[in-house]
Design a protein around this ligand. Sequence first.
Ligand code: SAM
Length: 286
Amino acid sequence: MSRLTDINYVKGVLGRHGFTFSKALGQNFLVNPAVCPKMAQLSGADENTGVIEIGPGAGVLTAELARLSHKVVAIELDKRLLPVLDETLSEFDNVRVVNADAMKLDLAKLIQDEFGGGEVVICANLPYYITSPILMRLLEERLPVSSITVMVQKEAADRICASPGTRASGAISAAVHYYCEPEVLFKVSPGSFIPPPKVESAVIKLNILKEPPVKAADEGLFFRVVRAAFLQRRKTLANSLSAGLSLPKQTVSEILSSAGIKPNARAEEMTMQQFADITGAALQFF
Ligand code: SAM
């Protein structure tokens, strides 16, 4: 068992470095010994596969990834954790910690510089305050990675993995399904962290697709349509699209009718293909 899941050890190291948890940075550190080995294993990290980790914290997941992979590059925003990681990861010579904001760092360059053209996966217990923006950034940039295995809030996991066209789906479901095949791997209880978060968490894996599952006439417009459709969940698709795309109601009716969609349909009923059809029909108005 890793000493990094021993609460007394972790509290001791953090205390010695004068570290206090920052809520604003989403700092809930894993202390359940079963979680990180399982997550690292399922991420696909191995001797031929490099890993990018976002937010190593005290290094509990980093250590498990470093046991499996030839190289782990961990991006941590909080400077105060650098001396902590120096100490907790001292036994590994295949870990590089980069002090940077994962939202701003040039990840494509980092991956090229650190791994050349080798196989790479992303694995992280994400700071929950940036779950959607960071996932969308990782996907939209089409980084050369084969999968993204992340811990997120359970509710976000359900939304992200819901198939478009089902009740639980949202804008993020459609966006995610455009780039990958998502799956929920396992749930994690609040007691697995210090300090414990208020809600349950889940580990999900996004398996990157080589090609999108549908052909959109214009990718940028496809994503605008998806976002606009879900802008006002309780309204009909026609009303949401009219408001979200700043188009007259009559124009939206024409678009929906030429895409073969009922005017009173709801965003959550739309499949990926139907979003692509709406995009194709809307293109002439942009
Ligand atoms: N991996 C550790 C674990 O499982 O115990 C810590 C996970 S904690 C939920 C999230 C980590 O992400 C924290 O260490 C936090 O400082 C870091 N973090 C927050 N925002 C970040 C950002 N924009 N870029 C990189 N790291 C960030």
